[in-house]
Design a binder for this molecule. Structure first.
Ligand code: GRG
Length: 313
């Protein structure tokens, strides 16, 4: 697997190349900062779990990492974030315009790569996924500063903005291996549940985590007035005065009272509730692939479920 991931990295570096210097500079800045490479790993693991060992997997795994990287560049501009992968964000260093445009380069390069892979089904999966991710971001924008957001609406956003690319990664691995529609759906169910668990933990780490380990600033969600599950649960469980404080912070994006809000979130058990929701999704992911033939790849997919929930970065 490590050798395969090195091949994916080689494709990433090769396909990053452009005749435009600033693209090379920003592209290698964000790519060399690393990242966990979970989505390309999913492509390889599903391909392998279903018996595929052909050459297209590295190219398509890299394609998905490019789509992911493009969304990060755009997201950091939208969120005005200053720290990502333990470094100053690209927007902080090179500015918003350059970040958005290099995101466009990576996104369109990903489409060149998937077209050359020559599978209409892969094209369809990735075109649909990127469209849903964009819908998720717009939905999230519409939900900003809304303390009355329902848990269902919150879950809809995370299934769109995050779980969809996990789902697409699993589907692409399955398509490569020639899976029929039912087997592709099995893999998609895993990806959707794992991606949902992953974002739930992302949202909890924004309150529980530590910026050094996370590589990004904690408290960013509150600063932006994002009503994530830790806050929604804390509001349900807190008394009147504390609920008013959280509502006000969501409405106005107040970060000054972050320590008080973290204390309420902790005391009401909202972090445990968020982790329990993530555990529930991870269990669904595990259950969905229980019937796949036993293999090292399937074991790695099962392990990934635990790692998605019990992580600090
Ligand atoms: C360019 C298709 C396209 C859409 C733009 C801005 C936007 C619309 C989408 C943003 C979607 C987004 C960033 C969702 C959050 C997903 C998430 C949890 C990112 C962090 O993933 P990790 O932890 O990152 O896997 P690393 O750094 O490990 O790669």
């Amino acid at each position: 697997m490590d050798a395969d991931m090195r091949q994916v990295d080689a494709v990433i570096h090769a396909r990053l190349a452009s005749q435009v210097a600033l693209i090379n500079q920003i592209g290698s800045y964000i790519v060399s900062a690393g990242g966990k490479r979970i989505r390309p790993r999913l492509v390889l693991l599903f391909a392998r779990a279903l018996g595929y060992a052909g050459p297209a997997q590295h190219e398509l795994a890299a394609t998905i990492e490019f789509i992911h990287t493009a969304t990060l560049l755009h997201d950091d501009v939208v969120d005005e974030s200053s720290l990502r992968r333990g470094r100053a964000t690209s927007n902080a260093i090179f500015g918003n315009a350059a970040s958005v445009l290099v995101g466009d380069f990576l996104y369109s390069r990903a489409f060149q790569m998937m077209v050359s892979a020559g599978s209409p089904r892969v094209l369809e999966v990735l075109a649909d996924a990127t469209n849903v991710i964009a819908e998720g971001e717009v939905l999230q924008l519409m939900n900003m500063h809304d303390p009355d957001l329902s848990v269902d609406e919150y879950l809809r956003v995370i299934r769109f903005k995050t779980a969809k690319l996990f789902e697409a990664s699993a589907r692409v691995g399955a398509v490569l291996a020639g899976a029929d529609a039912a087997l592709e759906e099995t893999c998609a169910t895993y990806g959707r549940a794992l991606g949902t668990a992953f974002q739930l933990v992302d949202d909890l780490l924004d309150y529980e985590g530590n910026s050094d380990e996370l590589g990004k600033n904690v408290g960013d969600d509150l600063r932006e007035g994002k009503p994530t599950l830790p806050l929604l649960v804390a509001m349900q469980r807190a008394g009147e005065a504390e609920r008013t404080l959280i509502r006000h912070a969501i409405e106005h994006g107040e970060v000054e009272r972050l320590p008080e809000i973290i204390a309420i979130v902790r005391r009401t058990g909202a972090l445990e509730a968020t982790r329990a929701a993530a555990e529930h999704e991870a269990a669904q992911a595990r259950a969905s692939i229980a019937a796949l033939p036993a293999s090292a790849a399937r074991t790695a997919l099962l392990d990934l479920c635990a790692r998605a929930v019990h992580r600090s970065s």
